[in-house]
Design a protein around this ligand. Structure first.
Ligand code: C2E
Ligand code: CA
Ligand code: CA
Length: 903
């Protein structure tokens, strides 16, 4: 394309509307006609043709017309002069003959008898070619004498026209009679006659001279009238006397018709005659003799007149035709080229128009530069996008001039050379520019053949913003602003890739909040959310830019930690420790002072895994370990955790089997009244006698049963057995059964309890259910409802392991427990005054609430004394008795069953 010159130089593309209705067929035809017309008027050769063609033909007709006129003119003057010569010639002959007639007549009149015509004739050499013979005719009509040598009987000629008409004439004038075909001479002759006059001038006969018709015609050869030329001699009676150039025999003696007579009556003149026999027109020149009764006509054939002219006219015509042909052919060829050119130009303009339309209506900005970095096309949208005024821009400006005042790119040279380098490497490339005002423009460059480029510019600020929003939704946790699970996994992938490339190690931390559930339940979701946000804030404060913090859902957080200066393990341990402490510090949520903790599991890469699932599983095992280790701590993964985990899963399988085979046994441990030593109740404790491992402690298999959902069946088993066994115990001894929190959520506990009681026949008052505060942590509202229903059955409810976890005293007021079991941890530290202080206040509260209180894990006399002193009336522990099978507890043995003593 030869540039885009049609674009207005001022760059105001928007104003250069170039729109036409090119669709309608009629419009198209009109358009085409207009185009043809326009092409004629714009084509110089066509203009020349239009000028020269008529000129050629006008010249042709003018020249031929003038030549024709000239030919006629020449013919007329030729006819004139021939006629004059014809007349002079003939008159001379007639004059000579007439002179002879006059001489003979005079001689005869002087001596009619003695005049010998014959000898006079010989002497006078009358027969010099003109005259055939002289004859004298008497008044009687008989021939008197003749020069012809006639010697027959008297010849009567009185009936002859020349005799009659000559005598009839009043005057003495030469009479020219109609030609006669001589019987003797075998020739046409013209008779010239005069009266014979005597001395008194009276007529005495007629003298006749005959001249040959041919004599008149002898002149014809010299007249050069050409083909069809005629010489005709007539007398004044319009009788043809002689004729040349026509059939003499058919013509001589004929009288001209009326029309010719009137034409011939003029003394001199010219007219056109239609040829009678040969059908050719002739130009007739007429002359009338003033001396003799003769009329001369000269005919020149029209063909002859125009022969020369016509041959020349044909040459002219040929020339004109050739010239016309040349002009027409040349012009046609040129015109066709012009048409093709016009069409091409039209199409070019049309496509340029379309291009402009497209430019104008493009939602994007467009700019086009040539191989010399010069602007060759653009649209208004482009100007607007870069805030360029139309007055400051014109086609042909260089890239540098155009973008001199923009502020998105600081190094124009670098930008341009980079762009060119990329366009050489590939046909298309793109860039994104961010302007200081925050607008973002995406530019797509396409290579042009001349080394330039076309660029479309799109303002993607909005799009980018919504993309960012979507990206945020897809990758970030909306509550805390931390990365979400997806992004976290992507980041691990990235870190793994980096590790593969550069051997950069990193650590993954999984972090579970302890007690978050209870905050949520106690203070509501809004406070829970606020707490999570604060936790996120604290986590962010502890890590560096290079690390990633994510919320995986609920109260689970996760971190990717990049190595610092020291070893990764040390750095991560320090960070984990800091985190545990930071998250354990009290929070202020809406004025509520809140304390929670966290458990952290750490996996190091590559030490603890090279795949994302492996890494997360190991971190999770470490986290499990932390949770099991009493929470508020961190653990780094080590292979034995996997071993333990494997063992757990093996145990799970075996436990499932044992439950199914009802191999779970129940041991009983009494709760003793310190003052009397009486057994007030027994606690049922599950026992699993493993075929290979012997007894597996409940502390090991109960959590497994809980995790695997086996606890429901196991619990039902223990409950049913305990109720049945209790029927074999004294009626005043209660049976205490442990309930897991899982049993609240995963079974219809009320029905199960009712069924166990009904099946065993145990009165409700003898059954005590032990729960821990974990029942309040999960789904507390629902669990509380169940708990109330249980209590409504008439069974009593004890709060087990009181004082360990996060035991808030609030549980005691939330639900009307019957008994509180103080955890063994208090016994272990009973020698400490602060422990005794805490126990003292618990005892006080329990008394206020009117609850029973039991000290668990009592092993020594000293502990018995201490709890007694603190006012705790009941105790349970090895000091009194270890858990034993039913048989041991109901039948008398060495370790005397104390209720029998009482009983
Ligand atoms: P727990 O409910 O606190 O049970 C008391 C635990 O303390 C029993 O351990 C018992 O043998 C032990 N114990 C009693 N006196 C002493 C003592 O003087 N010194 C020491 N060192 N320990 C003493 P056991 O039987 O191993 O049970 C552990 C835990 O397993 C129980 O703690 C209970 O939470 C759970 N558990 C046991 N049986 C069941 C069951 O049938 N259902 C449910 N849900 N949990 C059970
Ligand atoms: Ca218990
Ligand atoms: Ca306990």
């Amino acid at each position: 394309m030869p540039g885009f010159e049609p674009l207005p130089k001022d760059g105001d593309v928007a104003s250069s509307a170039h729109v036409s209705d090119r669709g309608h067929p009629l419009m198209r035809a009109v358009d085409a006609a207009r185009r043809v017309g326009a092409s004629v008027w714009r084509s110089v050769p066509l203009q020349l043709a239009v000028f020269f063609l008529p000129l050629v033909w006008i010249s042709y007709f003018a020249i031929t017309a003038s030549e024709k006129t000239e030919a006629l003119q020449q013919a007329r003057s030729h006819g004139d002069s021939v006629a004059k010569l014809f007349q002079e010639n003939t008159e001379r002959i007639f004059e000579r003959v007439d002179q002879s007639l006059s001489i003979v007549r005079t001689l005869y009149a002087q001596d009619p008898a003695g005049f010998n015509l014959r000898s006079w004739g010989d002497r006078a050499h009358l027969a010099s070619g003109d005259v055939v013979q002289f004859s004298l005719i008497g008044l009687d009509g008989y021939m008197l004498a003749t020069t012809s040598g006639y010697s027959g009987p008297p010849l009567y000629l009185g009936d002859r026209e020349h005799f009659i008409e000559t005598l009839r004439q009043a005057h003495d004038r030469l009479y020219v009679a109609k030609p006669v075909f001589g019987r003797a001479s075998n020739k046409w002759t013209i008779q010239l006659a005069r009266k014979l006059l005597d001395k008194s001038q009276a007529p005495m006969g007629v003298i006749v001279g005959s001249i040959s018709v041919d004599m008149v015609g002898n002149f014809y050869e010299t007249a050069k009238l050409g083909a069809g030329g005629t010489l005709i001699l007539r007398n004044t009676n319009y009788v043809v006397l002689a004729a040349r150039g026509v059939d003499q025999n058919g013509f001589v003696g004929q009288v001209a018709d009326e029309r010719s007579q009137s034409r011939l009556s003029n003394p001199a003149g010219q007219y056109w005659s239609e040829g009678r026999t040969d059908r050719s027109n002739r130009l007739i020149t007429v002359r009338r003799s003033s001396l003799f009764p003769l009329i001369f006509t000269v005919g020149i054939a029209e063909q002859e007149i125009y022969a020369h002219y016509e041959s020349r006219r044909d040459i002219y015509l040929g020339g004109a035709l050739i010239l016309t042909l040349v002009i027409v052919v040349a012009t046609t060829l040129h015109w066709r080229r012009q048409l093709a050119l016009d069409r091409a130009q039209f199409e070019l303009r049309d496509s340029l128009g379309k291009f402009e339309d497209a430019l104008r209506n493009l939602p994007q900005g467009l700019s086009m530069f040539d191989g010399h970095d010069r602007l060759i096309a653009f649209n208004r949208q482009w100007l607007d996008m870069y805030g360029i005024s139309p007055d400051d821009i014109r086609l042909g400006m260089t890239f540098h001039e155009v973008f001199a005042h923009q502020r998105a790119v600081s190094d124009l040279d670098g930008y341009l050379s980079d762009l060119k380098r990329r366009l050489i490497a590939s046909e298309q490339t793109s860039n994104t520019l961010t302007f200081p005002n925050g607008r973002i423009v995406q530019i797509s460059y396409g290579r042009r053949q001349d080394g330039g480029w076309v660029a479309t510019h799109q303002d993607i600020t909005e799009r980018k913003a919504s993309e960012d929003r979507i990206e945020k939704l897809a990758h970030y946790d909306s509550l805390t602003g931390l990365a979400n699970r997806n992004l976290f996994k992507e980041r691990i992938d990235e870190a793994l890739a980096r590790h593969r490339r550069m051997k950069t190690p990193f650590a993954v931390l999984l972090c579970d909040l302890d007690k978050f559930k209870s905050v949520n339940d106690a203070l509501g979701h809004q406070c829970g959310d606020a707490l999570l946000r604060q936790v996120a804030g604290r986590i962010k404060a502890e890590i560096r830019e290079v690390d990633t913090a994510a919320r995986m859902g609920g109260d689970e957080f996760a971190l990717i930690v990049m190595p610092g200066r020291g070893s990764l393990r040390d750095g991560t341990s320090i960070l984990a420790d800091r985190l545990v402490k930071a998250l354990a510090a009290p929070y202020d949520i809406d004025g509520h002072p809140i304390v929670i903790g966290c458990s952290i599991g750490v996996a190091l890469v590559p030490e603890h895994g090279a795949r994302i699932d492996e890494i997360l599983r190991n971190a999770d095992l470490a986290l499990y370990k932390s949770k099991n280790a009493g929470r508020n701590c961190f653990n780094v993964y080590s292979p034995h955790l996997t071993v333990e985990a494997d063992q757990r899963s093996l145990l799970e399988i075996e436990l499932r089997e044992a439950i199914w085979r009802e191999e779970i046994e129940v041991f009983y441990q009494p709760v003793v009244e310190l003052a009397t030593g009486r057994t007030v109740s027994v606690e049922a404790l599950a026992r699993w006698r493993h075929p290979a491992r012997g007894f597996v402690p409940p502390a090991e298999f109960i959590p497994i049963a809980e995790e695997a959902g086996l606890i429901v069946e196991l619990g039902n088993l223990v409950l049913a057995k305990a109720c049945r066994d209790a029927m074999k115990m004294p009626d005043d001894v209660k049976i205490a059964v442990n309930l897991s929190a899982v049993q609240f959520t995963k079974s219809n506990l009320i029905d199960v309890v009712k069924f166990a009681l009904a099946e065993s026949g145990l009165p409700e008052r003898r059954l005590e259910l032990e729960i821990t505060e974990s029942v309040f942590l999960a789904d507390s509202a629902e669990n509380l409802k169940t708990l109330r229903s249980l209590k409504a059955l008439g069974v009593s409810i004890a709060l087990d392991d009181f004082g360990v976890g996060y035991s808030s005293l609030s549980y005691l007021t939330d639900f009307p427990f019957d008994k509180v079991k103080v955890d063994k941890a208090f016994m272990d530290r009973i020698d400490r005054p602060e422990t005794r202080a805490v126990l003292g206040s618990i005892v006080q509260l329990v008394r206020t609430l009117n609850l029973a209180i039991v000290a668990e894990g009592v092993e020594t006399q000293q502990q018995v004394d201490e709890i007694g002193a603190l006012g705790i009336p009941l105790g349970q522990g090895y000091f009194f008795r270890k858990p034993v099978p039913l048989a041991d507890i109901v039948s008398p043995s060495s370790a005397a069953p104390k209720w029998q003593a009482v009983a």
